[in-house]
Design a protein around this ligand. Structure first.
Ligand SMILES: [Zn+2]
Length: 350
C-alpha cells in the first residue's frame, strides 16, 4: 500500500512511499483509508517546525484528520466491516498525569501525550491503517463524503462544551456569536452557533466570495474586515477567536457584552509585539465578569458530538467546505496553501 510519510524535523522529506500493510493488534480495527484532511498543523510539520517520530524510527506517516471504512474488526467489538469511522488523534501520556488518568487526555498536564501523525505515532495518511477500537468513532453512513471534517469539528465541539460549562456558572442565554476567521474551524464554529439558534457573525479579512457565501447560507452575517470596529457598539455575548492575529486576540477581550466569553482557538506566531492598555483590558474583564479561555484538541465525547452535529447539518454546505480534493499520488499539492482554500483533502483511494 501507499502512505504519505515524512521525517519529523527535516524539511522537504514529505513523500508518497510504498510501505507494508499494517497488522491490526489485539483490540484494533483494520481500516481502509478513504480521505485525509490537511490543516495548518500538517503544513508546519512539513516545514519541520515541530513533529516527533516514533521511538527508534526516522520516518513516520503524517495525517490526523482521518476518514476510513472498517475492513476487519475484533470479535465482540462494537464495530463491523463496512462501518464508516474516524480515529481519535491523541493518546494519554504513559505516566499518566491526573487528567489522563481520568480519561481527560485532551487536557493533559505534563505534555507527554502522543498524537497520531504528529507526536510519536503513525498518522492516518495511508491506504490502510489500524486503530484501537476504543479510539475509533463510528459515523452516520451519510457522512461518507464529508466525514473527514469530524476531527476539526471535534475541536469545535470541545470549544462549545467549554463555553457552555463556563456559561452555566450563572444564568446563561447567549444570543449573539462572533467568530473571527472563516477557515474550517471558524466556519464550523459558526455552524454550531446556528445549531444553537444564535445570531451569528463571522469576520474575516477575505473579500466577499466563497467564505461569505458559506456564512450567508447558514443564515449568518459576513464582515469583510480586519478589526473588531463593527462590534464596538453591539457587543457579542460570545466570541470564538480563530485567527490568532495578535490585535484581534487583544481586541476580542474588550469587545464582549457583560459576562462575555472569549474562546481562543487560533495560534499566534511569536515575536510580534503590540502596545496595549492593560488597565483598560483589566477593567473590562473584571467589571463585566468576563471569561477568556483557550482550548485545543478533543476527547472521545467531542468526536461523538462532532459526528452528531455534522449528521444534523446540510450535506451540501459541508461539501462546500472541502474546496480541493487531491489524489494521493499528488498529495504534496495539498501542502501548498491556496488562498481560496477552506479545506484541502487528500483522496487516499486514488
Ligand atoms: Zn497526561
Amino acid at each position: 500500500m501507499r502512505a504519505l510519510t515524512f521525517v519529523p524535523g527535516q524539511k522537504g522529506t514529505l513523500d508518497v512511499e510504498e510501505v507494508p500493510d499494517p497488522e491490526p493488534g489485539r483490540g484494533e480495527l483494520l481500516v481502509q483509508g478513504l480521505a485525509l484532511g490537511i490543516c495548518g498543523t500538517d503544513r508546519e510539520l512539513e516545514q519541520a517546525e515541530y513533529g516527533w517520530p516514533p521511538p527508534g524510527r526516522e520516518r513516520m506517516v503524517i495525517g490526523h484528520e482521518s476518514l476510513g471504512r472498517v475492513l476487519e474488526s475484533p470479535d465482540g467489538s462494537a464495530f463491523s466491516p463496512g462501518d464508516l469511522v474516524v480515529g481519535v488523534v491523541r493518546r494519554p501520556d504513559p505516566e499518566p498525569c491526573g487528567a489522563c488518568a481520568h480519561g481527560e487526555f485532551d487536557m493533559c498536564r505534563n505534555g507527554r501525550y502522543t498524537e497520531r501523525g504528529i507526536k510519536e505515532i503513525d498518522g492516518y495518511g495511508s491506504q490502510k491503517w489500524t486503530v484501537e477500537a476504543a479510539y475509533a468513532v463510528r459515523l452516520d453512513p451519510s457522512l461518507a463524503d464529508v466525514g473527514v471534517l469530524v476531527e476539526p469539528a471535534s475541536v469545535v465541539a470541545k470549544a462549545w462544551e467549554q463555553i457552555e460549562r463556563i456559561g452555566s456558572r450563572t444564568w446563561f442565554d447567549p444570543h449573539t456569536l462572533l467568530v473571527t476567521g472563516a477557515g474550517p474551524i471558524g466556519l464550523l464554529a459558526a455552524l454550531f452557533g446556528r445549531q444553537r439558534g444564535m445570531e451569528v457573525h463571522v469576520l474575516d479579512r477575505a473579500p466577499r466570495g466563497h467564505k461569505s457565501d458559506l456564512v450567508e447560507a447558514l443564515g449568518g452575517t459576513y464582515h469583510s474586515a480586519s478589526t473588531l470596529e463593527p462590534f464596538a457598539k453591539a457587543k457579542p455575548d460570545v466570541i470564538i477567536e480563530c485567527t490568532g492575529a495578535g490585535q484581534l486576540v487583544i481586541d476580542s477581550m474588550i469587545t464582549t457584552a457583560a459576562a462575555g466569553i472569549v474562546c481562543l482557538c487560533g495560534l499566534a506566531p511569536g515575536g510580534r509585539t503590540h502596545r496595549v492598555d492593560a488597565g483598560v483590558i483589566n477593567r473590562d474583564i473584571v467589571l463585566e465578569n468576563d471569561v477568556i479561555f483557550g482550548t485545543v484538541n478533543a476527547n472521545l465525547r467531542h468526536y461523538r458530538d462532532a459526528a452528531a452535529a455534522l449528521a444534523a447539518a446540510d450535506r451540501g454546505w459541508l461539501e462546500r467546505l472541502i474546496t480541493r480534493r487531491i489524489p494521493l499520488s499528488r498529495a504534496l499539492e495539498a501542502f501548498q496553501p491556496d488562498e481560496n482554500d477552506v479545506k484541502a483533502v487528500i483522496d487516499l483511494t486514488s
